[in-house]
Write a protein that binds this ligand. Structure first.
Ligand SMILES: N[C@@H](CCC(=O)N[C@@H](CS)C(=O)NCC(=O)O)C(=O)O
Length: 379
């Protein structure tokens, strides 16, 4: 008996939102366990990593990392599949999922923590949700989050006056690409959600559709995306499971693949090159803008390895279709540019049951504890 799943997470979290969107569509029973400090300790002991969502199965096993968790749950709850049946379309969908997971993370954190209104609101909300039972004034709970997130995800992820406009525009470009699609059909591949929709729910739901500044922009600029967010959150396989899907990803996916090539895959490649020469931090040039002093992430080397592994599994005919599509959109070359990847993550292929790994290496989580102790001493 696997369910109900105990999903350790937060109602403001990118990847918890992505994962819950999947569970809700599939109608897989779960309980959300708020990641208070005590719950975090328990989850970390089980998954090896202080990162949400982490999942406790009814048989006592823990899992972590939304992408392999969804892939594994698909083996347990196969119908209706969120993975497209056509192998080439499946590969492109997984690429889009990774683009949403890894690239849109930066603009999503940027809108939440660089913009003053959003920083105030989310600092308050997260402070109350996660630290609500700690004997601290609410202003302190808020500031703990604000300072921690600014340090790790803004200053620590290359956002500065030189990159800010680019990070702002990265969101708007994707809004425009998706608006063109959702003006035509309800989901990326037709009448029901697939893994590409679930992937986009990470950035689009808990961050862009709910944080004040990007939510306002979405409603004004991309009302069809706004509608798709609610539609996907409300999607249930029992109602939609026999909805028709297109076999091949239509031409209107090409701008997304092109955007992935010049942003996401460039970023993964710069990270992989730094990892190869053991550089703990590196610069990445994205569309002519240099993001400086980024933490080199073994996890993101693994993401690139996983994409290549999924490609290598394709039959020759599907591989050719994918290759031509990616060559036509400029996404092929950066996918393969750097040889000899060795992330070291999940050497036995046990994900999502292997020890988890933070996307950003663990150098900074202590900041949280340090800030918190400092405020407690002062108060
Ligand atoms: N690859 C992971 C990423 C999970 C992740 O980054 N979660 C964020 C919250 S949305 C987190 O827990 N970050 C840890 C932190 O903020 O220290 C997944 O797909 O589940």
């Amino acid at each position: 008996m696997l369910t109900p799943l105990q999903v350790y997470g937060s109602v403001h979290s990118y990847f918890t939102g992505k994962f819950e969107s999947y569970l809700r569509y599939k109608e897989i029973p779960y309980d959300l366990v708020t990641i208070t400090p005590g719950a975090m300790k328990k989850m970390r002991a089980g998954t090896g990593v202080a990162q949400v969502p982490g999942v406790l199965l009814a048989d006592g096993r823990w899992m972590t990392d939304s992408t392999p968790m969804i892939a594994w749950l698909e083996t347990q709850f196969p119908q209706p599949a969120v993975m497209p049946a056509d192998p080439a379309t499946r590969f492109l969908s997984l690429l889009v999922e990774d683009f949403a997971d890894e690239w849109l993370w930066r603009p999503a954190m940027h809108y939440r923590w660089s913009h003053a209104d959003d920083r105030f609101v989310l600092g308050n909300r997260l402070g109350r949700e996660i630290l609500g039972r700690q004997p601290l004034p609410q202003a302190v709970r808020r500031k703990v989050f604000q300072q921690r997130q600014l340090g790790i995800f803004i200053r620590g992820d290359g956002i500065d006056p030189r990159t800010r406009a680019h990070a702002d525009a990265a969101y708007l470009r994707v809004l425009d690409l998706l608006e063109a699609i959702f003006g035509q059909r309800p989901y990326l591949l037709g009448e029901r959600p697939t893994i590409a929709d679930i992937g986009f729910m990470g950035p689009m739901f808990r961050h862009f559709a709910q944080d004040p500044t990007p939510a306002h922009l979405m409603a004004e600029r991309a009302p069809a995306v706004w509608e798709w967010v609610a539609r996907t959150w409300n999607a249930r396989a029992g109602r939609l499971g026999d909805g028709e899907l297109l076999i091949a990803a239509p031409d209107d996916w090409d701008p997304i693949l092109r955007e992935s090539g010049v942003t996401h895959l460039e970023m993964l490649d710069a990270n992989a090159r730094a990892h190869q020469v053991d550089e703990p931090r590196h610069d990445a040039e994205i569309q002519g803008v240099i993001y400086r002093d980024l933490p080199t992430s073994p996890y993101r080397v693994w993401c690139l390895e996983q994409l290549r592994a999924r490609f290598d599994e394709l039959d020759p005919e599907s591989a050719l279709v994918v290759r031509q599509r990616l060559e036509g959109t400029g996404a092929w070359e950066p996918l393969w540019r750097t040889d000899g990847l060795a992330s070291g993550h999940d050497p036995d292929g046990d994900a999502p049951f292997c020890a988890g790994q933070r996307v950003f290496p663990a150098e900074r989580p202590e900041v949280f504890g340090r800030l918190w102790r400092r405020y407690r001493r002062r108060s």
